[in-house]
Structure formats: C-alpha cells, structure tokens
Design a binder for this molecule. Structure first.
Ligand code: ATP
Ligand code: MG
Length: 380
C-alpha cells in the first residue's frame, strides 16, 4: 500500500540536500516531469546522516533529460542513465526502471525486453531493501513509501523487498549489501531477510570477481568494518570471500588479531583519517601467507624466497574470488615482504623510512603481529 508522508511529518530539510541535486530536481519538476530523490540518500537523510551520493529518479526518458541539461552525458547501453556534471561533481539521474532488468543485462543472447522503463512503483519494486525504496518528492517535499520502508527505518530493520530467495538469486550481491548496510547502520535483518542467507551464500561464486572486490572495499570504507566482519562470519559469507583466511578465524588468537586490525581501522575513519584497503587485505591474508612460509622453510627453502613464494601464491589464489587491482596487489606484496625485513632486524630500525606509506603500513602490521602473536615472532 502506498503511503505519502507529508513534509510536516518527516525531517528532510532542503538545506541538507546537495545544492546541485536540488537544481536538477527543480529543473525536471518545472519541465513537468516527476522528480524524486531515491535510495541511500533518502534513507540517510531520514536517519540524520550525511549521504554519500544523491540519486535522482524521474519519469522523463533519457533523451528528455538530456534536452534539459547542457552538462548531461548519457551512459549505459540498454538502460541509460543520465550523468549531469557540475564541475567535479556528478549527479546521477535514472528514469523509473521496470523490475529485474539489471539482472538480465549481462546474460548473453537475451532478447532485449521492451519495457526497460517503468512506473515509480515498478522502480520501487526492483530495489533491494524497503529502506532503500523511499522517494522524496520535490513537487511537495513529501516522502513516498510503497514498501513500508518508513516503518522498517523506525524499527532499525533491514527488510528485503519481494521473495527473499528469489531476490538473492537474481542478484547475490544483495546478500553482501544486507551485511554491509546492517553493519553500517546498526540495523537488524528481519527474519525472512536473514534466514535464506547461509543456505544461499555460495551463490556469491557466480558473481564477477570485479564486483565482489568493489563490495569488499565498501566494507572497509564505512567505518564499521568490525560489525560488518562479524555479520559476514555469522552468515557464512566470510569464507566465500576469503576462503584461505576462513579456517584461521576459528582460532581465538587469530580472530583477536583480525578484530584488533578492524577496530583500529574503524577508529581511524571515525577520526577522519583514511585507511588503505591494501593494508587490511594484507592483514587478512597474513595468516595463510605465514603458514606457507613456515611450511616452505621446513622443506628447506631459503627464508626470503619462502616469503616471496608464499605471498605470490596466496595472492594468486585470492584473485580467484576478488579481482585485486594491480596496484593493490603490489602494495599487499610490499607490506608482506617488509615483514621479512622487520622480522629479521627487530625493533630499532630507521624510523625515517616510516614516512613512506607502504613502510608505515608494514610497520603497523608488524606491531600488531608482535602484540598479538608473540609466539609467531619468537619463531622467526
Ligand atoms: P551507500 O550509502 O553505500 O551508497 P546505497 O543504498 O545508496 O548505500 P548504492 O550502491 O549507492 O547504495 O545504491 C543506490 C540505490 O540503488 C540503493 O539504495 C538501492 O535502492 C538500489 N540498489 C543498489 N544496489 C542494488 C541491488 N543490487 N539490487 C537492487 N537495488 C539496488
Ligand atoms: Mg548510495
């Protein structure tokens, strides 16, 4: 049932909306089109948070959007989105979309469906969670709610739209989005949203490694990587993403090590510092790397080569699930190979080199290893 929440009954003020997004909304509206903010930005504004990006949905078709804006680029082949550029900033405008069409675009040989564009209701149905399907209407500043998202938002509940199993099957990345959004917002998954996840977790194997990598990077950037990590474990998702690391987190010492790393990363983000995904990935991969180093050394491999071979091997295997970009691989490699230097030299090495970011990251990892793995380092 559709609900309209009038301006007097919600907290979204135009002052909190990105001025360029407002310009786009008004221009569409004055040209006679429907124009709404939608998705994460409406959710975040209602929660009093700062949205990452402001997405706009409209009944204007791409050509009609382009006719209204000089600074407009249409992207995408079948479902076309309008990117409206303001200096460095891009506001994305999408025509209301018919349900399920994203999922079919990658399948080769599919007959293209005619009904790519739909009504606002169709557009709400094809979204992932009810709290992500709220629309802020520039015509009267109301919030339009087709999916009972407002009630879920107030109850701090993440509820998938439609039949949960079917929606996860259509796009298994929704499983990861459930964990990420629940961790980030401190929401709980509704029972029907949560229950199929463990059973369906292996569907992630059908997702492209590039898309999985992008999702993993988002886990690290929310400043909530520890709660997200716990949810990934709870729902048997961690093993899908990091099969080489999963066996180690049953060991309390190693679990404490990873939790320490993630807690520190979250603190850094809370303090407005950046964190490098390569550092966190190096820390994740350290245990399997270290175990292989030990094995190779037992087999008589020279120490430095044991480090090199193990790092290369573990990275190669990790790339079967996550498409690590080249520079990320190179940084992980350096951080891990520097463990060799630090393990050999011990503490007072030249502090000047710590100004170099890779060296700094390697040192941070080494210090955490030292505090959480006294045994591991004694063995070196
Ligand atoms: P964030 O704060 O991380 O940006 P978000 O919900 O805005 O969270 P986006 O990736 O920016 O996430 O997506 C914008 C909107 O697009 C979502 O709110 C949701 O409505 C829709 N969406 C994104 N991914 C999917 C998906 N896999 N399936 C269905 N709808 C999706
Ligand atoms: Mg977003």
């Amino acid at each position: 049932m559709m609900k309209v929440i009038p301006r007097s009954q919600h907290n979204i003020s135009r002052q909190a909306i990105n001025p360029n997004a407002l310009k786009v909304l008004y221009r569409l509206h004055h040209a006679g089109y429907a124009a709404y903010l939608v998705g994460g930005c409406v959710r975040d504004l209602l929660l009093g948070r700062h949205p990452k990006d402001f997405d706009i949905a409209t009944d204007a078709h791409p050509e009609q959007i382009r006719a209204l804006f000089r600074n407009c680029l249409l992207i995408g082949r079948r479902f076309r989105l309008a990117h409206i550029r303001f200096g460095k900033e891009v506001i994305e405008v999408a025509t209301f979309r018919a349900p399920h069409n994203i999922e079919h675009t990658h399948k080769e040989g599919m007959v293209l469906r005619d009904n790519v564009y739909g009504t606002i209701k169709d557009d709400a149905w094809r979204r992932d969670f009810t709290i992500n399907a709220l629309y802020y209407n520039i015509a009267d500043f109301s919030v339009v709610d087709y999916m009972n998202g407002m009630e879920d938002l107030q109850a701090a509940r993440l509820r998938i739209i439609g039949d949960p199993e079917q929606r996860y099957q259509e796009d298994p990345v929704r499983i990861l989005r459930a964990a990420r959004l629940a961790g980030k917002l401190h929401f709980t998954l509704s029972p029907e949203t949560a229950s199929p996840i463990r059973k369906l977790s292996s569907l992630l194997q059908h997702v492209s490694t590039a898309r999985l990598y992008q999702e993993v990077v988002k886990f690290f950037q929310e400043g909530k990587s520890l709660p997200i990590f716990k949810l990934l474990q709870e729902y048997a998702l961690f093993q899908q993403l990091f099969p080489q690391v999963a066996p180690y987190i049953n060991n309390p010492l190693m679990l404490a090590f990873l939790e320490k790393i993630l807690a520190e990363a979250d603190q850094r983000i809370a303090a407005d510092k950046n964190i490098s995904p390569a550092f966190l990935l190096a820390a994740f991969l350290w245990h399997p790397i270290f175990q292989q180093i030990q094995q190779l050394e037992e087999q008589g491999e020279e120490c430095y080569f044991a480090y090199q071979k193990s790092i290369r091997h573990v990275l190669l295997k990790q790339r079967e699930t996550l498409a690590l970009p080249r520079y990320i691989q190179a940084t992980i490699h350096d951080i891990c190979i520097l463990q060799y230097r630090m393990d050999k030299q011990g503490e007072p090495f030249s502090k000047g080199v710590l100004r170099h970011p890779r060296y700094r990251a390697a040192y941070d990892l080494w210090v955490i290893r030292k505090h959480h793995h006294p045994l591991e380092l004694d063995e070196r």
